[in-house]
Ligand binder design. Sequence first.
Ligand code: AHR
Length: 343
Amino acid sequence: MISLRNACKNIIRSASGLTVLSVAALLAGCGNQTTVQTETEASDDLISVAFSEVGAESDWRVANSESMRSTFTTENGYEFYFEDAKGKQENQITTLRNYILQGVDYIVLAPVIETGWDEVLEEAAEAEIPVIVVDRMVDVEDETLYTAWVGSDFKKEGEMAVGWLENYLEEQGNAEGDIKILHVIGTQGSSAQLGRTAGLEEGVADHENWEIIAQVQGEFTQAKAYEEVSEILEQTKDIDVIYCENDDSAFGAIQALEEAGLTYGMDGDVIIISFDATEAGLTACLEGKINLDVECNPMHGPRVEAIIKQLEAGETPEKNHYVEESYFTPDMLTEELIESRGY
Ligand code: AHR
């Protein structure tokens, strides 16, 4: 007897030829209420890969989505589904349930936050659909609920930033002076936020003369960071360092500093630390506006594909794979180097 999952999958398959497939009506009998988009043509020969992306909050995220899209093409043998969660975990859970109902071959999840995934991942496991987690991590009781994870070591990124700041202050002859840090936090509860925040907070605990004067919610966006940093600058201008948890929030902080008439970067008073090292971030770094940009590599499409290829070949991929990353200061950069990085 054909299972509900396979019946629903067959409905999807029989609709081949559509580039944007509205399955709401087709799946009404399967309890599905939303529209799911497939970006490649449906065909029985293709491997279906269904991706739940965090959103489009940053340049990094846009590069990540593009890396996935350009990897999972029809030419490469895939039927690719993509859903933008607009930064909301509840949207991701709904999307995952739809993907499970469709009976896709693989689910790829870039989780907004770490917690709250156990139930839906159990449903995927029951449906025997491998889940590959990418970029941020999931914090689940049973680690067999996901097949593999690939992403950044966010804590190490924070530690790199702290190590650089320590050396930089020493070089400036300011290792002993009071250092006031404004901390612009990313999406609360995301691995990127948790790791980078832990790196900074441990660094501050190790340096008696360092102080976090305020922590504000930048949410990884320029607009929110601008708003929050502007508010702080109305209260105090006595800031030595702004630790921004991504490039977009660094741009928001810079905008606020400029409006307040403060100088920053290599030739200014406020040290700007950022994360991601996107093309725009590194260009600002080359121009001396950002003192340090710690790399967070978004080109995960080929890495996820390598995992899927292993699974297709009946191999067991490494459970957790950390991407090697570095950092950049203005003296390390050229326009050619920035251009060659592709994001
Ligand atoms: O999880 C990676 C982080 O998410 C990037 O640093 C940030 O730009 C993105 O929104």
